[in-house]
Structure formats: structure tokens, C-alpha cells
Design a protein around this ligand. Structure first.
Ligand SMILES: Cc1cc2nc3c(=O)[nH]c(=O)nc-3n(C[C@H](O)[C@H](O)[C@H](O)COP(=O)(O)O)c2cc1C
Length: 190
């Protein structure tokens, strides 16, 4: 049983960190919550009957979210919509100083909802991380080029985190409010 699962797909690990932070904040506020990687037996065999609120996070690579996240949201659109739900899209564009890039991140995140037919109650674009130390040579050069264009750091000797943790906390608070509001309409456990 899990009241507020935080499903995630990740390539370099930042979306997992964000999902784990959300689940941890939920637990400190008294909810049963876990970060659950999509594409695992735990996600596949979820008992949706005990779910009161749900997060799904995925990250952007070459303009797309992980196909596993798209497939999961398509397969479970009905269950995801049955309670308050938040989609968070993790990207570098979300950290950009340019309005055009911020809009591009927003459009892609909204495109995820259209493509999967899941209408999340909340869509958030969360700034991610430049994980230079994890990239191979070519990926590091590519990301350095993109970072220069975006005004992000080109110091490849270390990783650079852009995640706005206050925003993540705010998403958690909004979910708690939505779950409590929902519970007044439909008593928990009914
Ligand atoms: C090969 C590669 C391609 C990327 N493409 C995009 C992109 O198209 N748009 C974007 O905003 N961020 C892009 N990013 C940045 C990632 O979204 C960012 O690093 C994010 O934190 C990754 O999350 P993850 O660690 O959970 O996979 C890319 C990163 C890599 C390594």
C-alpha cells in the first residue's frame, strides 16, 4: 500500500533525487509515500485502490521524456486521474534565463499530457542538473555547448545543480492541500 506514490523515470539520476525528496517530505508530514521507478515490478503491480494522490516525473533528453514514462502514463491515465496528480518535467531549459526556452520546456511538458491522454491537475517544469562528471567525452562537449547557449556553467570539472528545491517543496505542499480537500469530498478509505 502507498498513499502517495512518486513515480519517476531518470537517465542521469536527478529526477530520482527529486522524487525521493518529495516522498521524504510527504512522509515527514505523515503520509505513506515512496519514490518508485517506472519500469519496475513495484510500479507495474501498484495497488491503486489505496492511492490518494500521485506524482509522476520524467526528464528531457533531446526534446523528449523517457519512453517508459510515456508508456506508463498512457497505460495508467485513468488511475492517475482518479485523484490529485502532478506531472513534473525535469530539464535544463527549465533553468534557462531565456523566456523562449522556458516556454519550450512548458510546451513539451504539456505535450506529454496530450500524448498520454492523462490530464494532470498540475504540470511543473523543474530545473535539473548538469552532470558533467557522468557524461562521456562527446556528451560532455555537447552539453557544454548547450550550457553556453543557455547561460549555464561550462565548467566541466564538476556537476552543477539547478534544481529549485523550494519549488519542489511547494509542489509537495500543493499536493497535501489537494489530497486533504479531496478527502473532505470523498472520505479517505471510502
Ligand atoms: C544527452 C542529453 C540531452 C539533453 N537534452 C535536453 C533537452 O533537449 N532539453 C533540456 O531542457 N534539457 C536537456 N538535457 C538536460 C537534462 O534534462 C538534465 O540534465 C536533467 O537533469 C536530466 O535528468 P535525469 O538526471 O533525471 O535524467 C539533456 C541532457 C543530456 C545529458
Amino acid at each position: 500500500m502507498c498513499e502517495i506514490p512518486v513515480f519517476y523515470a531518470t537517465t542521469e539520476g536527478q529526477t530520482r533525487r527529486i522524487a525521493e525528496r518529495i516522498a521524504q517530505m510527504m512522509r515527514t508530514r505523515g503520509f505513506d509515500s515512496r519514490a518508485i521507478e517506472i519500469d519496475t515490478p513495484e510500479a507495474e503491480h501498484m495497488d491503486w485502490s489505496g492511492v490518494h494522490g500521485v506524482f509522476l516525473g520524467a526528464s528531457l533528453h533531446a526534446g523528449k521524456h523517457q519512453p517508459s514514462a510515456v508508456a506508463f502514463a498512457k497505460a495508467h491515465a485513468r488511475e492517475l486521474e482518479a485523484c490529485p496528480s502532478t506531472f513534473f518535467s525535469v530539464s535544463l531549459s527549465a533553468a534557462s534565463a531565456h523566456a523562449r526556452e522556458l516556454k519550450a520546456a512548458r510546451d513539451i511538458a504539456e505535450g506529454f499530457a496530450k500524448e498520454t491522454s492523462w490530464r494532470p491537475h498540475r504540470i511543473a517544469c523543474v530545473p535539473g542538473r548538469l552532470a558533467y562528471t557522468q557524461y562521456g567525452f562527446f556528451k560532455r562537449q555537447l552539453m557544454k555547448m548547450i550550457a553556453r547557449r543557455e547561460g549555464a556553467s561550462t565548467d566541466t570539472s564538476r556537476d552543477h545543480e539547478y534544481t529549485d528545491w523550494r519549488m519542489v517543496e511547494q509542489l509537495t505542499r500543493e499536493m497535501i492541500d489537494a489530497v486533504r480537500y479531496d478527502a473532505r469530498l470523498i472520505p479517505l478509505g471510502a
